[in-house]
Design a protein around this ligand. Structure first.
Ligand SMILES: [Zn+2]
Length: 265
């Protein structure tokens, strides 16, 4: 049985890590350890997304559901509410996981006991601790920054890439080796682009040159196919029509294969 009903834990039973960021003691310890490892090994200081994106009380779950729709769980069932599937579970949204890249992020999460990629729709930033009330002993994990290889800047090839088809006039964001999302509209593209690059959007009907300056690559079909091939989307690279449709997401080869999709043709 979970210790508290979903979203009903008193804040006084939790550790406060920051404004609107509360976690059970065990999860707080795992999170601190994850921050330490990411910092010492890769020079990335992980942060929790601003807002109630660690523990989320029930009243806030109602608020988020109204605002975010399908991207927030049905109130009373959120894994941010300290239960999930009838078990204790504490979830955290990690704002800047992409700075590590998916593979490194997953590896460090596993070391400290976080589960990744367990909710639907898929949220790569959302991690869960299914043993939130037990404080782990981490004394045996040490990293010597002197002898640990830090990633070179040019190795950061798993950062999201924003691109636009100059034939179709449609914008996409690719997380190399993971997935490609097609944006519903200009606003979605502009927001994502800004989150990924920090560069302001040049506005609607902007020139290709200005969009390029804002960090969105302007590509012909041939250029897109090359990009797909280079970053783990070989299946899609055989036919431009395999790019995701409106609002859809396309997974990389290894994810499709794991799901039993025949990607040989
Ligand atoms: Zn979440």
């Amino acid at each position: 049985m979970p210790r508290y009903a979903n979203g009903q834990a008193p804040l006084s039973a939790l550790v406060k890590l920051g404004d609107q960021h509360y976690l059970p003691a065990g999860t707080a310890a795992r999170w601190k350890e994850l921050q330490r490892l990411a910092w010492e090994k890769y020079g990335v200081w992980l942060v929790i997304s601003p807002g109630w994106n660690a523990y989320r009380p029930l009243s806030i779950q109602y608020e988020y559901r109204a605002e975010l729709g399908v991207w927030a769980a049905v109130p009373g069932y959120s894994s941010h509410g300290l239960t999930y599937g009838g078990r204790d579970c504490a979830a955290i949204d990690v704002y800047n996981w992409a700075s590590l890249g998916w593979a490194r992020f997953v590896a460090l999460c596993r070391i400290v006991g976080f589960t990744v990629d367990f909710v639907s729709p898929q949220e790569l930033w959302h991690i869960g601790d299914f043993d939130p009330w037990n404080v782990p002993a981490f004394a045996d994990i040490t990293i010597n920054p002197e002898t640990t290889k830090l990633p070179e800047p040019e190795e950061a090839e798993d950062m999201p890439i924003n691109f636009r088809s100059t034939t179709g006039g449609v914008s996409y964001t690719m997380v190399p080796g993971i997935c490609i999302t097609r944006h519903f509209n200009e606003i979605a593209a502009a927001n994502t682009n800004y989150f990924n690059t920090g560069k302001p959007w040049p506005g609607e009907n902007a020139s290709q040159a200005d969009r390029e300056k804002a960090g969105e690559r302007q590509l012909t079909d041939a250029g897109i196919l090359m990009l797909l091939k280079q970053y783990g989307f070989t299946w899609a690279s055989r036919d431009i029509a395999r790019l995701p449709k409106d609002g859809e997401t396309l997974d990389a080869d290894h994810i499709l294969r794991a799901r039993g999709v025949d990607i040989s043709r």
